[in-house]
Write a protein that binds this ligand. Structure first.
Ligand code: NDP
Length: 328
């Protein structure tokens, strides 16, 4: 029988955690043949709620779920972890400056990086969902010097999926007709969803749209501000779609991206496309043999260049801010 994969989830008692755990346990993260053990991390006051979720997971009698352990100590939660989904984070509250937000999250992601460094399995793969995701991932990575930097990633897959859905709706085609879309930069309002290399049923998507006013006036802001639109409509932030994107990200990382397509993920830059080395920025990526590779050789026109640069500039500023705070 296969050895179970240890999956650590932080913020397990939160909204996203609730949508995520059942899908992991049912086999949608790592495929129908891979048993999993869940290791849930919560802050002490949320441990009881996590226990409630664990009871429900038990009650599903998932054939692939081989155990659930709950911790309030990162050292224990990441011990032996093969996959880590860092969902819990300190949200920005009213009146909070960016520096305060980065500092509060430094207090979470620094010890988690250290715990991953100390005890995670050799094949550990980390996805940061909690915002500001790219910079939280950078903080964790900086405190895990023994783990290859490429194992730390941040989620832009929800933005990617949102962009596919908006583009398919505009063109009146099923989402399965859309390929090679890219989210560049930061998972924030500055992100740039790029359709210039995207294809619709094999033809260039930007040419099929042929509407620059829609592209800059509707598509880009709709994708970037979708989170706020969902809060406005639902009265709560997106959770199931964020969980779905986290599943997609790790699934593709471990099991590979489909031939002839790519996806988007924020990974450590190697300097490609002028993104400073070491920043965790979103790129067009494929996964081969369990490793993300940046799709090379795409031509970037002035329209795209300006938007990629603006988002990367924001990432640079966030990195400089956490450096100044002594967090990296
Ligand atoms: P959610 O589960 O709704 O969200 C968790 C994080 O995911 C937030 O940082 C949120 O950012 C982020 N996120 C990223 N993408 C999206 C998206 N598309 N839509 C919505 N959220 C997104 O938060 P809850 O408050 O329900 O739960 C958080 C849990 O984490 C709590 O149970 C808390 O106790 C726990 N926690 C655990 C920690 C730990 O384990 N050490 C540390 C801190 C918190 P944004 O706020 O910007 O939407």
């Amino acid at each position: 029988a296969q050895v179970p994969v240890n999956v650590t989830v932080t913020g397990a008692a939160g909204q996203i955690g609730y949508a995520l755990l059942f899908r992991i346990a049912s086999g949608q993260l790592l495929g129908p043949d891979t048993p999993v053990k869940l290791r849930l991390l919560e802050i002490p006051q949320a441990v009881k709620a996590a226990e409630g979720t664990a009871m429900e997971l038990d009650d599903c009698a998932f054939p692939l779920l081989r155990g659930i352990d709950i911790f309030d100590d990162p050292r224990q939660a990441f011990d032996g972890a093969n996959v880590a989904l860092l969902v819990g984070a300190r949200p920005r509250t009213k009146g909070m400056e960016r520096g305060d937000l980065l500092e509060a999250n430094g207090g979470i992601f620094k010890p988690q990086g250290e715990a991953i460094n100390a005890g995670a399995a050799d094949d550990i793969r980390v996805l940061v969902v909690g915002n500001p995701a790219n910079t939280n991932a950078l903080i964790a990575q900086a405190h895990a010097p023994d783990v290859p930097a490429e194992r730390f990633t941040a989620m832009t897959r929800l933005d990617h999926n949102r962009a596919i859905s908006q583009l398919a709706a505009k063109l009146g085609v099923p989402v399965t007709d859309i390929s090679k879309l890219t989210i560049w930069g930061n998972h924030s309002a500055t992100q740039y969803p790029d359709i210039f290399h995207a294809e619709v049923a094999g033809k260039n998507a930007a040419e099929a749209v042929n509407d620059e006013a829609w592209l800059s006036g509707t598509f880009i802001p709709t994708v970037a501000k979708r989170g706020a639109a969902i809060i406005e409509a639902r009265g709560a932030s997106s959770a199931a779609s964020a969980a779905n994107a986290a599943i997609d990200h790790v699934h593709d990382w471990v099991l590979g991206t489909p031939e002839g397509d790519w996806t988007s993920a924020a990974i450590v830059s190697d300097g490609s496309y002028g993104v400073p080395e070491g920043l965790i920025s979103s790129f067009p990526v494929v996964s081969r043999d369990g490793r993300w590779e940046i799709v090379q050789g795409l031509e970037i026109d002035a329209f795209s260049r300006e938007r990629i640069d603006a988002s990367v500039q924001e990432l640079t500023e966030e990195r400089d801010a956490v450096r100044k705070l002594g967090l990296i």
